[in-house]
Ligand binder design. Structure first.
Ligand SMILES: [Zn+2]
Length: 252
């Protein structure tokens, strides 16, 4: 491949990075392989809105693919994002993403081996509105502003109509027990003294029947079909409240 060829890709890639940097996600997505959306974002940490600074680290050819590495600086962290580009009808389009360590020189020596309370917003910011709602005692789910579909868990793109960054909406935290399970073993340290505990999967009639998980304290006799209401509760020492479910009193 000629130098000119890579130069051409470098220009296309630089434009793409600029779209991500300025938060122009519509333009950035238009430069991706459409069939790969929205799955291409699963498990990938990407900037959700404009960032302070973006730096192209490397642009290279890998067989028929072109690869670009960039680091996006956010106020609280940096994201290393690598994209793999394919030629589609004469156009370079990003087909796959992966994250890389933006500060390979730094070690995690001082970082704790585990978080004391391993819940709260994900690093990529996708579920931040849910957790912000939790502090206000509000249950928030995504609801696509275009097709009105309720979405849970959080998605970058509406799975029905592919609208970007679906909106969030509060929903009344009442529902029906769809399934439940009793755990005799604590999977996180904080629950070691609470076993056995019951986890319920609650169907939300006010949110298109989406189902959310939560603990159900005092659930000696939980039954499928029970009407329950949810409440966010903050454990001592925890940063973020957790949704817990209680049987509504009108049960027979
Ligand atoms: Zn939609």
């Amino acid at each position: 491949m000629s130098e000119t060829d890579l130069d051409e890709f470098r220009r296309i890639y630089a434009k793409h990075v600029d779209h991500v940097r300025t938060g122009d996600m519509k333009a950035a997505m238009a430069e991706m392989v459409r069939e790969n959306l929205p799955a291409v974002f699963h498990g990938i940490d990407v900037p959700r809105s404009a960032v302070q600074h973006a730096e192209i680290i490397d642009v290279r050819a890998d067989g028929d693919l072109r690869v670009g590495d960039s680091v996006y600086r956010l106020p609280d962290r940096s994201i290393g994002l690598r994209s793999f580009w394919e030629q589609h009808d004469g156009r370079w389009l990003a087909a796959r993403l992966e994250n890389f360590d933006p500060e390979p020189g730094e070690t995690a020596g001082d970082a704790p081996s585990h978080m004391e309370f391993p819940w709260g917003p994900a690093a990529d910011g996708l579920d931040q509105p849910y957790w912000d709602g939790s502090k206000l005692g509000e249950l928030r789910l995504q609801r696509c502003a275009h097709c009105q579909r309720w979405i849970w868990g959080p998605q970058w793109i509406c799975p029905a109509c592919h609208t970007l960054c679906p909106a969030w909406q509060s929903v009344e935290p009442t529902g029906v027990v769809y399934a439940w399970s009793r755990s005799h073993r604590a999977f996180i340290q904080e629950y070691a003294d609470r076993t056995p505990y019951v986890t319920v999967l609650v169907e939300l009639p006010h949110a298109g029947g989406r189902r959310v998980l939560g603990l159900m304290p005092d659930a000696d006799t939980v039954r499928i079909g029970d009407t329950v209401h949810g409440r966010f509760e903050l454990d001592e020492g925890a940063d973020w409240p957790l949704l817990r479910w209680y049987r509504s009193e009108n049960r027979k």
